[in-house]
Write a protein that binds this ligand. Structure first.
Ligand SMILES: [Zn+2]
Length: 386
């Protein structure tokens, strides 16, 4: 985000947006290419562990690399784990979403690349999945095929008209897969970028800051940048400019213009920014740039009910199964949700195992009653975990 004024003046940005939109299908103007790094968030879900790496770190790093080297990437906020936060409102119909994961298996000889769509995927998503898959196979990983599975995120997003795919680039638990990965970072980034037709940034220009959660160089030292957490909706019929600095004066450049009604997350606030109609508060948009608080409506949702974390020593958790492979846990979770337990989620322990959790109770008898119901429904591995 360290955009220099020389790279991007207002006119060239508008031209660039125009060109980008024209390459999209009809009716998908303003749609975005969004990379979702799997796991991570706060509390931190490391994902799978293997070869000295945590999956969440690898997922995040490759998403950042694409955003660093190519134009037109939106990063899902990396202080959130979409699987847990479920803030589907971040996405809009027509957006293109690639959720990035690495595979894992107890038998470390398992290897290769897989690309997933959900059963309700759009035709666009299916063709993007096979395009990405072919490029990853071309890098050298064994071809495990494109597959269909209703993983929560891509399933929900597909149901909302988002072109959502999920890549398991390779196996973090396989030494050869990871050796190839470590020497193919640019190739993996290029595979993702070419799948979505992203343009490589001007090689002579300084690359923007890769990660939206590290402090972007979008404000001068005279602004007090504070951490913030809020969700907003654009309330301006002519749209809302996103700027490099929290000021509408010549010290900032317009990066893009958000349409009226667009929702966004703010993770930073400046309270002493440029004055717009008597208001000097500016919010950072999805880690990309700054918008005045004058033209937005606060729609911050109430904090989600604390069911799982922080772990309370007195909670009796009803869980089913423990898996080294997240996909296996996910498949079981889908079955349990279909059986009527819609709050079921996957808890990844510090041991790297993915446990499917159906409920948590402060009273042991309630947990035991749920366990009995699950066993009677055929989920015979149900147990109560204190
Ligand atoms: Zn994963």
């Amino acid at each position: 985000m360290a955009l220099r004024a020389t790279i991007c003046d207002l006119k060239s940005c508008i031209v660039a947006l125009f060109i980008a939109n024209f390459s999209n299908k009809k009716g998908e103007n303003m749609s975005r290419t969004i990379l979702v790094a799997g796991h991570g968030g706060n509390p931190f879900d490391p994902g799978a562990i293997g070869n000295g790496r945590r999956e969440a770190d690898v997922n995040r790093d490759i998403a950042n690399r694409v955003a660093r080297d190519y134009e037109g990437v939106t990063l899902y906020p990396q202080n959130r784990n979409l699987f847990v936060s479920r803030d589907w409102g971040f996405f809009q119909a027509g957006d293109r979403v690639c959720e990035i994961h690495l595979n894992a298996f107890g038998d470390t000889s398992a290897n290769g690349t897989e690309t997933f769509t959900s059963t309700n995927a759009t035709a666009t998503a299916r063709s993007q999945a096979s395009a990405l898959h072919n490029r990853l196979v071309g890098i050298g990983w064994r071809n495990r095929g494109t597959k269909v599975a209703n993983f929560q995120n891509i399933n929900v997003l597909s149901g909302r008209g988002v072109h959502a795919i999920l890549t398991e680039i390779c196996f973090i638990t396989n030494a050869n897969d990871m050796a190839l990965y470590n020497r193919s970072l640019d190739a993996v980034a290029r595979a993702i970028a070419e799948t979505y037709g992203l343009r490589r940034r001007n090689a002579t220009s300084p690359a923007p800051q890769p990660t939206p959660v590290s402090p972007p160089a979008t404000s001068t030292p005279s602004f007090n940048v504070e951490p913030f957490s809020g969700r907003f909706r654009v309330n301006s019929s002519s749209g809302l400019n996103v700027r490099t600095n929290p000021t509408a004066a010549s010290t900032s450049t317009v990066i893009e213009t958000l349409p009226n009604g667009r929702e966004f997350n703010a993770t930073k606030v400046v309270r002493n920014g440029g004055n717009v109609n008597g208001n000097t508060i500016w919010y950072e948009v999805n880690g990309r740039g700054w918008v005045t608080a004058t033209l937005v409506t606060n729609i911050t949702p109430p904090p989600p009910p604390q069911v799982i974390t922080p772990p309370s020593p007195r909670l009796f958790r009803v869980q089913v199964g423990a898996f080294g492979v997240r996909n296996n846990a996910e498949n079981l979770r889908v079955r349990i949700v279909k059986a009527g337990f819609s709050d079921t989620f996957i808890a990844t322990g510090s041991d790297g195992l993915h446990r499917v959790q159906v409920g948590a109770f402060s009273i042991r008898a309630n947990a035991e009653a749920l366990r009995t119901r699950l066993i009677n429904l055929g989920f015979r591995d149900a147990f109560v975990n204190q």
